[in-house]
Every structure is written in C-alpha cells, then in structure tokens.
Ligand binder design. Sequence first.
Ligand SMILES: NC(=O)c1ccc[n+]([C@@H]2O[C@H](COP(=O)([O-])OP(=O)(O)OC[C@H]3O[C@@H](n4cnc5c(N)ncnc54)[C@H](OP(=O)(O)O)[C@@H]3O)[C@@H](O)[C@H]2O)c1
Length: 221
Amino acid sequence: MRIGILGTGSMATALGGAWARAGHSVLVGGRNAAAAATAAAEIKAAGHGSLTEAAAYGEAVLMAVPADSAPRLAQELAPVLAGRTVLDCTVPMAPGPDGPSLTTAGGTDSIAARIAAAAPAAGVAKVFGICHESIWTLPRPAFENTPLAVPFCAGTPAAAALTAELITSMGCSPLPCGGLPRAALLEAAAIFAVGVWWSGGEARHAFPSPALAPGAVDDEP
Ligand SMILES: NC(=O)c1ccc[n+]([C@@H]2O[C@H](COP(=O)([O-])OP(=O)(O)OC[C@H]3O[C@@H](n4cnc5c(N)ncnc54)[C@H](OP(=O)(O)O)[C@@H]3O)[C@@H](O)[C@H]2O)c1
C-alpha cells in the first residue's frame, strides 16, 4: 500500500517505520524539508517531500501533527485528500488540574470529525492514537501471547476496510469500534489511559471482559 505521512515527528517515524518494515511504500511529508529527509532516511521510507506531496502519494495518509493543527491542515489539503483515507492518530490532550483532559467539547465532537468536515471527499478513520509511539517500534506488537488490538472508528466502509488491512499487515488485530461519531470516545480513552499511566497505574489491567467473570451474566450494553 502507498502511505503518505503528514509530519516528521515521533508518531510519523514510529508508524512509518512499522509500515516500511511491513513492506508498504511510505513517503514522509513535512513543512521542513530537511526534517522530512531525515525522518525518511531513519525509517528507510521510499521518499520524502512536502505535505502536499505526501497527501498526493498515499492511498492512506497519516495525520501525525498536533491535534489542534490537524483540521486546518486537512482543509488546506482537502482537494488532494479527496478519495484517500486519512488515518487520524491525533489526541486532543491538554494538562488539567486532575490530569490530562480533552481540548474538544467531547460528546460527538472530535478531531476526527473536524477533519472529516474539513476534507469531506476523503474517508477518515480515527486510529493508532491509543498507544504510545514506542509500541509501534516493536517488530510485531503482542502482549500476553495476543497480538495488539488496534481500535478504530471509520467514517466510510472503504476507510474501515483499508484501516483493517493496514492493521493486519502490521501483525496486529483490527478492532472496529463503530463510525466517526464514536471517535470522540477513542480520543477520550487515549487521554484517560495517559492519565492512568502518569499516575503510576496500568490501564490495560482495568478493562477485563465481563466474560472473564465466573458466572457472568450476559447483559446487553
Ligand atoms: N507521541 C506519542 O506517543 C503519541 C501517541 C498517540 C498519539 N499521538 C498524537 O500524534 C500526533 C503527533 O504526535 P508526535 O508525538 O509525533 O508529535 P511531534 O513529535 O511533536 O511531531 C509533530 C509533527 O507535526 C508537525 N507540525 C506541527 N504543527 C504543524 C502544522 N501546523 N502543520 C504541519 N505540520 C505541523 C511538526 O513539524 P515541525 O517539526 O516543522 O514543527 C512535526 O513534524 C499528535 O496529535 C499526538 O497527539 C502521539
């Protein structure tokens, strides 16, 4: 798959590196040409270029810039993003008195929904924002003998199919979590998990399935 990356920072190189290792063709795009060249060399990408060139290159386009910059960048690139799938890994996080909190209003408002509104002819998926960048540098992320589950919320069936294909190609397990209106929940979940880690807890221990409880009742959610 051809993947364009918008951004040259930690997530750009972590995910881009994972995709290059998985055999995808990656082009790193940045507003700083030297940074794009350095990032591309680091991950053995197929090439580097401007943000517009990266958007034009990819069937999938990773949005790896700060959350508050993403909708405007999507708007600027909207004509180029038409017909492509935008993979939105951004997390709208800001410090709060009790730990990190959302910068969006919550509810159904999310950065993913704002990107979709800014680039209406693109498919958008909220994905890859739950894990710290370091996880994507692992060869095939798996824990307790189970491939990493990667939750995503996609705005179109085509975006969902492409996202699932990409996740599978990384040796991970796609976890579809509904449409774009639910992306706000993923964004909030990422921030919630960061707060747990920062306070010394382990978020993954907090979400066992009810099916693991002896005599569990099959409640409807
Ligand atoms: N790091 C993590 O573990 C992690 C985990 C989950 C989700 N995320 C999310 O992933 C996104 C990227 O995070 P990161 O850690 O990779 O950040 P980062 O290392 O700071 O890199 C950010 C990149 O965005 C570029 N950028 C900043 N403002 C821009 C703008 N207005 N237009 C175009 N490019 C711009 C920067 O370019 P310059 O160098 O030119 O400034 C840089 O290449 C964020 O939304 C973050 O919430 C991060």
